[in-house]
Design a binder for this molecule. Structure first.
Ligand code: GRF
Length: 229
């Protein structure tokens, strides 16, 4: 398949280390994702992800939420900044601010998030600690469309990892990160090819509702690092 003349434009929102951002940059560079990162925006000036973006030659901006008294004003400024890059897809990759209704509604169906748990288990914070406290044997990460419900939008793909007997929140987080770096690029690659959409509140892949968990293994292990022909 020949490359489309205009690539899907991604704007990635981060707050921290940006390891998912790096995986996305790398998969765009090697052709696994037919998209380009048009900009990276952080609400934290010292987010290492901004350095990753600059090193990759990607415009990197900070919009500090502490400069705004009201959440709604921060959201409005963020919309202006995001829209200035004409994105096709907004990618939340460790963005640690809750976005308001206006923001979510504006980008409904074109905004994805990655969450470090097997949703609907453990929405919110401290997912690894909570999973360990519950003694679960299986943990992981989920990519979902962003809707008004926090960590509650339709799920596109999940990646599972085992929980080992001596795991700490840190060792478990590290294992979960390895699958995050697989499943997020996969979901973005689907979107960039026009295979993924939100329809009547359901995630659809190739026109069929995404079924979980049965298709996880297949989708997870199909991610190729080779450019598609
Ligand atoms: C990831 O665990 C992601 O699931 C969560 O925030 C973390 C971001 O990590 N939303 P990084 O900044 O991509 O390394």
């Amino acid at each position: 398949m020949t490359e489309p003349a205009v690539k899907c434009r991604l704007v990635v929102l981060i707050s921290g280390a940006g390891s998912n951002l790096q995986a996305i940059i790398d998969r765009c560079a090697d052709g696994s994702i037919s998209a380009q990162v048009a900009a990276v925006i952080s609400n934290q000036a010292d987010a290492y992800g901004l350095t990753r973006a600059r090193e990759a030659g990607i415009p990197a901006h900070c919009l500090d939420h502490r400069d705004f008294q009201r959440r709604v004003d921060f959201d409005a400024a963020m919309i202006d900044l995001v829209d200035s890059f004409s994105p096709d897809l907004i990618v939340l990759a460790g963005f640690m601010r809750i976005l308001g209704q206006n923001f979510v509604e504006r980008y409904l169906g074109v905004m994805l998030n990655i969450h470090p748990s097997l949703l609907p288990l453990y929405p919110g914070l401290d997912t690894h600690q909570r999973a360990l406290a519950d003694g679960v044997k299986n943990h992981g990460a989920s990519v979902h469309f962003v809707t008004a419900e926090l960590d509650g939008g339709p799920i596109l793909i999940q990646g599972h990892v085992p929980v080992e007997p001596h795991d700490t929140p840190e060792t478990l987080a590290q294992r979960v990160h390895t699958v995050e770096h697989q499943i997020y690029p996969q979901a973005i690659a689907w979107f960039a090819k026009g295979r993924l959409r939100l329809s009547d509140g359901r995630a659809m892949l190739d026109g069929m509702p995404v079924l979980l968990p049965d298709n996880i293994q297949e989708t997870f292990f199909n991610l190729s690092t080779e450019p598609e022909q």
